[in-house]
Design a protein around this ligand. Structure first.
Ligand SMILES: *Cc1c(COP(=O)(O)O)cnc(C)c1O
Length: 199
């Protein structure tokens, strides 16, 4: 059962500032944050999460795909590990969303963030997925919009644009992924031909 007790948060050292600066602010507010190291490939392991996990951990936030080098984190394994723990599992899926098939239920993700403009959608839009058992306090006050979590009249053109961007990006997802994988092969081959070791 989720009790939401504790002040310990876990994240990684390679998050986007959207997460890192938020964690720093939470530290100022009295939360304790563990910043996990990554290996030479920029990856954290579920085992590192397991070792740093405490009874009072309330949130684990690990990005899905990295915005600098593209490393994909072991989200399924981390989700599986946290399934029976009180900590909510958030993933910053801003980079991964348009490229990888994501299943929040299968991966036991409680919270997932996506930004519209990274999908070629309108700037200033995005969405937060929250599973039914996550209790969220309002980010803004002054209205009942967005289930009382984000007050203010909705940006309808932005929402419609975001929906269209999601539709287009999911149609093109596999094709785009294949294209990017071929870029990776070209870079790897070029480096190898130049005598650079490449993993
Ligand atoms: C761009 C980006 C963000 C921030 O999204 P904005 O909508 O531009 O603020 C967060 N996380 C990752 C991984 C990103 O690439």
């Amino acid at each position: 059962a989720r009790k939401d007790l504790g002040r310990h948060i876990m994240t990684t050292k390679i998050e986007h500032h959207a997460v890192l600066h938020t964690c720093e602010k939470l530290e100022e507010d009295g939360f304790e944050v563990t910043y996990l190291d990554v290996d030479q490939n920029g990856r954290v392991s579920a085992n590192q999460v397991k070792e740093a996990l405490r009874d009072d951990t309330i949130l684990v936030t690990v990005m899905y795909g990295n915005n600098e080098v593209g490393t994909v984190q072991p989200i399924d394994e981390i989700g599986e590990l946290l399934k029976e723990h009180q900590a909510y599992f958030h993933t910053d899926a801003v980079q991964a969303f348009g490229l990888l098939p994501i299943h929040v239920k299968n991966s036991h993700i409680d919270l997932l963030s996506v930004s519209g403009h990274k999908l070629n959608g309108p700037k200033g839009t995005g969405f937060l997925y929250a599973s039914k058992d996550v209790k969220l306090s309002p980010l803004l006050f002054g209205g009942e919009q967005e289930r009382k979590r984000r007050a203010g009249t909705e940006n309808v053109p932005g929402i419609v644009g975001l929906k269209e961007a999601i539709k287009l990006s999911s149609e093109e997802r596999d094709e785009k992924n294949e294209k990017y994988q071929s870029f990776k092969t070209i870079v790897a081959d070029t480096l190898e031909n130049a005598g650079v070791a490449f993993e």
